[in-house]
Each structure stands twice: as C-alpha cells, then as structure tokens.
Design a protein around this ligand. Sequence first.
Ligand code: 6GU
Length: 230
Amino acid sequence: MRIDVVSIFPPFFDVLEVSLVGKARAKGLLDIHVHDLRAHTHDRHRTVDDTPYGGGAGMVMKPEPWGEALDAIVSQAAPVAPPTFIFPSPAGELFTQSTARELSTCPHLIFGCGRYEGIDERVFEYAGTLGDVRMISLGDYVLNGGEVASMAMIEAISRLIPGMVGNPSSLLEESHEDGLLEYPSYTKPASWRGRDVPDVLLSGHHGRVAEWRHEMQLERTRERRPDLLD
Ligand code: 6GU
C-alpha cells in the first residue's frame, strides 16, 4: 500500500519510522511519503491560510497550495488505481474498525491534514475529480488539526494489511472485531499481590474458557459501551 500525507507539520510523522509501521515500511509492505504543504506556496511568507469569506473567527487554508500538492502526488505515484483521499475532520463520518478494514484494501491513500478552521471547500471537490474522497472523524471531540488523527488512522489501517501483524489470529480476538469489547487477559503468576487468576482459566477446559470469555465480553460491553449492543 502507498500512503501519502500532506501537512504543514511533517515532523509529526517522524514517529512512523518506529514500531510496527516502521517494520512494515522496512519490509516493503508500506510505502509512506510525507509532504510539506508549504513547499507548494510561492510567496515570501509561504502563506497557507487566509480569512474566511463571509467573516467569522479563525483562518481557512487556501486552495492553491492544496491543488498543487495533490497534483504533484497523483502525478508522481504509479497510476495503478485512482487514489482514496482522506481528510480528517471532526465534521466527517465516524472512523471505526470497519472503516479501517475497508481502507486497508485500498492501494493508495492520501491524507490531507487541515489546520485552522479547515480547508477551502473547493479542495474537496477538486480531489473528487482525482479519486474517492472521504472526510473522516475519530470521534466527538476536537483536535488542533488532522495530523494526530491521520497517525491514528494510519496505524489502525496498516496493521490490517496482510503480513503486518506477526500472528494474524490475534487480530480476530481484539476489541471491535466481533462488535464486542475484548475479554480480560491474565498471565503468570497465578497469584499476584493477593489477586488470583480466575479458576476457569487454569482448568484446561477449552469449552468452559470460551464460554467464560464470551460472557465477560458481553458484561464489559454492557457496562462500558452499551451503544455497541443496540
Ligand atoms: Cl479527524 N480532526 C480534528 N481536527 N479533530 C478531530 C478529529 C479529526 N476527530 C476527532 N476530532
């Protein structure tokens, strides 16, 4: 999978060198390119924002640098298939595990990280002439910009690419994969600071273990995330 990111803060993405994502890049499973939006400005101050038409608070990102940045990426990437543009925004559709799964099958993702009050709306329309466009939110709270949101999405998506996670069966037992929260886990010692591991897990009885884990999933989901059971 190829991933391009456009941002006015490329150093946010230095962290993609480490951890699982870093290993996937080293293995050639992931080809990530980070671009500085300001490289596509032509004035002395490298201006990327301006005041909003119609008035109001804050600044809006200008369309011209975005147009140039998106054109440059699309023309330099091998044209295997039209790319999917992702614009992180608290005004977007909600990002879930199924969104991550869907996006993990795309050959080319382009993340456009907005700052300030947002990006000129015509940029999204223009991107729509080059590929699919998704405005995606991580949840109902506000971040300062799309960088941290893009990082979260890149991690959630890239770990679903075949070959990324060492033991693929571990992916199936995670929270959200079956619509429920994950069951509690224990390891040795069997007794720690007066707290014992539940007996059933020491019983060696696989059927009863599976049944207990499913009950715990339901109980946790009911307590912490009743919305998932509706
Ligand atoms: Cl995707 N972007 C920003 N700026 N804030 C958010 C978000 C995204 N998701 C939740 N809050």
